[in-house]
Design a protein around this ligand. Structure first.
Ligand code: HEM
Ligand code: HEM
Length: 172
């Protein structure tokens, strides 16, 4: 079956951010169990800040084109589920780094970007109204994002191997 692909820029943004987001979900969830073996937080924060910048670029790019139409075999419910998940990803790729940046700004450690330079901290105090909710939001939304990533990958594999409708190839 021939399908119309996403444009090259969209595919590059998708796979770059997919890798970076998976790395950050893994480093976020594993930093405590692995803390005696490897210090993951500088890498986690630095990758997270890259995700923020690249996502802003991706959204600007995304607003300039319309995605290729889905085949008629996809039901209205599936279209809605896909759109809702994709929209949630764009929101989470902004909210996760922003909440991380906010509560880390209130912490005692400097925000080192891969040890190369200091990323500016936001004027947030530990006892102010933002630090606590940002920390809690970061943890809860991290789990939500993980669940959506599992769902999204399962959906892509279902389309490719079971339905064989070419959806995965739109993004390759
Ligand atoms: C898309 C980007 C990001 C994702 C997906 C992400 C995800 C996560 C996850 C899943 C956790 C573990 C939460 C838990 O313990 O249950 C975590 C922890 C953490 N993240 Fe992020 N994060 C991102 C960006 C950032 C950024 C930009 C910063 C700071 C500049 C940051 C700072 C932290 C810190 C300090 C923790 C440890 C919190 C603690 O143990 O109390 N994160 N992150
Ligand atoms: C953290 C990982 C990932 C994130 C955050 C993510 C995010 C997204 C987003 C936001 C879109 C919508 C693009 C748009 O129309 O603007 C999308 C589409 C897509 N993703 Fe992912 N993705 C991830 C991983 C993956 C993986 C691992 C696969 C394959 C196994 C995959 C397969 C696809 C496919 C096939 C589409 C196009 C769906 C369609 O045609 O409507 N994604 N992804």
């Amino acid at each position: 079956m021939t399908v119309e692909k996403y444009n090259l820029g969209a595919r590059w943004f998708h796979w770059t951010l997919a890798i970076l987001v998976i790395l950050n979900l893994a480093s976020g969830l594993l930093h405590e169990p692995l803390e005696d073996v490897i210090q993951l937080m500088t890498v986690h924060k630095s990758i997270g800040l890259i995700i923020l910048l690249v996502t802003i670029g991706r959204i600007v790019w995304r607003l300039r084109w319309t995605k290729p139409p889905l085949p008629g075999s996809i039901s209205p419910l599936e279209r809605m589920a896909a759109s809702a998940t994709h929209l949630a990803f764009y929101a989470l790729m902004l909210i996760m780094p922003l909440t991380g940046w906010i509560f880390s700004s209130a912490g005692k450690y400097p925000l080192s970007f891969f040890g190369l330079f200091l990323w500016p901290k936001l004027p947030i105090s530990k006892d102010g109204p933002l630090a606590g909710p940002a920390h809690e939001g970061h943890e809860i939304l991290g789990w939500l994002m993980l669940a959506l990533v599992v769902l999204h990958i399962a959906a892509a594999l279902r389309h490719h191997f079971l339905l064989k409708d070419g959806i995965l190839r739109r993004m390759l």
